[in-house]
Ligand binder design. Structure first.
Ligand SMILES: [Zn+2]
Length: 409
């Protein structure tokens, strides 16, 4: 394919503008479970998109997410709205249909001390969400602007879906991801690349769970024998849960947070453990689920106790398939033409690319900026990657458009 050099040059010209916008976006707190902040950021993105692209806008309110609080009570927390942008005047056939996705939320809550951007060194900006993934959303939009100015504009149909709950597992937005995936031929997801610049290949699947143990409170001195200690029972359960890490497979179960108890002269009646499980396949997910269910079921025989499990597998594993590999080859090739050497590496991390793959959509899910230390206060973006990765996306879309017969389902 001959490269439309004017498209690439035009994206270079957007670099300064992207560098101006990104800190503004980063400094809007849009932590998961801060629905006002997520919606404020969504409005900023919507204003930017509608200024630069002809789109139909849909804003959908999402159902709240079920969580377990420190007292073991189930709460329903709001997450904010999902935004969907569709290209207006969708071209007539033939065309390739692309689904581009990103998330509005970050891992930094409204009371985080990490709320502002700092230039760490020339070309390296630190700030909440600069890499994961506000920079990615910004370059995605600019890649589409370039495509709409290019000779392939009439061969590409696209929609953008931005969800408010990716960092907490996309529980509320999952049905929308799945239905949008079914309408598209290829998915492009704007999670950051690896710090080295490599992209994510196969991804593990994941589930978040909370195990709530109910015992019976009693005075620790006078009536210890009448109590049923929820913490010691939970300790037994956690040791049992952990055993799956030593099986003949690659399942991992991480006990992430424990809550329960109060004054030490009271036998505690409630204890909660929150844990995350990662798997390579549906088969491993089934093995892990059966193991967890057996631990929970063991409490039915334990006099005076009860156990409740909340949570499930929300991200199916994203294995390397022939179609995925074909897409990765195309992207490696586009990278080479831009002078980028891109490799695809398997990762234990997961994202909405897992959900799109589970819905049958081949996708590449780390097309965002090059940066690092994500999910920490040291998060940074390499600013030059805004234009470079926008060019990579534009190249990929141009290739997909010209080779669409190979990709249209
Ligand atoms: Zn992310």
């Amino acid at each position: 394919m001959t490269i439309d050099k004017s498209v690439l040059a035009w994206l270079d010209e957007q670099q300064a503008e992207m560098e101006r916008v990104l800190p503004q976006w980063s400094e809007i707190n849009s932590g998961s479970f801060n629905p006002e902040g997520v919606n404020t950021f969504g409005e900023a993105v919507q204003a930017y998109i509608t200024e630069h692209l002809d789109v139909n806008v849909e804003r959908l309110s999402m159902p709240p997410v079920e969580t377990v609080n420190g007292r073991g009570d189930i709460e329903h927390k709001p997450v904010g709205d999902l935004l969907r942008f569709r290209k207006t005047n969708s071209p007539s056939e033939p065309k390739i249909k692309l689904l581009l996705t990103g998330h509005l939320d970050t891992v930094f809550p409204i009371d985080s001390s990490f709320q502002t951007c700092t230039m760490l060194e020339p070309g390296m900006l630190g700030g909440p969400g600069v890499a994961d993934m506000k920079g990615g959303i910004l370059l995605m939009i600019n890649a589409l602007r370039a495509i709409e100015r290019s000779s392939v504009a009439d061969q590409v149909d696209w929609q953008i879906l931005l969800n408010p709950d990716e960092e907490i597992g996309s529980l509320s937005s999952a049905p929308h991801l799945a239905s949008a995936a079914k309408e598209a031929d290829i998915g492009l997801v704007y999670e950051p690349s690896m710090p080295s610049g490599d992209l994510a290949g196969a991804r593990k699947g994941s589930g978040n769970f909370s195990l709530i143990i109910n015992g019976k409170a009693a005075h620790a001195g006078r009536e210890f024998h009448l109590g049923r200690n929820a913490i010691s029972a939970l300790a037994d359960a956690m040791i049992d849960l952990e055993k799956i890490n030593h099986g003949d497979h690659e399942i991992t179960l991480n006990l992430g947070k424990v809550q329960g108890g109060g004054p030490v002269n009271i036998v505690p009646d409630k204890a909660i453990c929150h844990f995350n499980v990662r798997v390579n396949s549906q088969e491993e997910a089934d093995i892990a689920q059966a193991h967890i269910d057996a631990v929970v079921a063991s409490f039915t025989d334990r006099e005076g106790y009860s156990a409740q499990l909340v949570g499930k597998f929300t991200r199916p594993a994203k294995p390397a398939t022939p179609q995925q590999n074909k897409l990765f080859e195309l992207i490696t090739d586009c990278g080479n033409q831009l002078g980028l050497s891109i490799a695809f590496k398997p990762t234990g991390g997961c994202c909405d690319g897992n959900n799109l793959a589970a819905a049958g959509l081949p996708n590449v899910d780390s097309l965002g900026v090059q940066g690092g230390n994500i999910h920490s206060h040291e998060e940074y973006v390499l600013l030059e990657s805004l234009a470079t990765r926008a060019k990579l996306s534009a190249m990929i879309i141009m290739r997909l458009a010209t080779e669409r017969e190979d990709w249209v389902l």
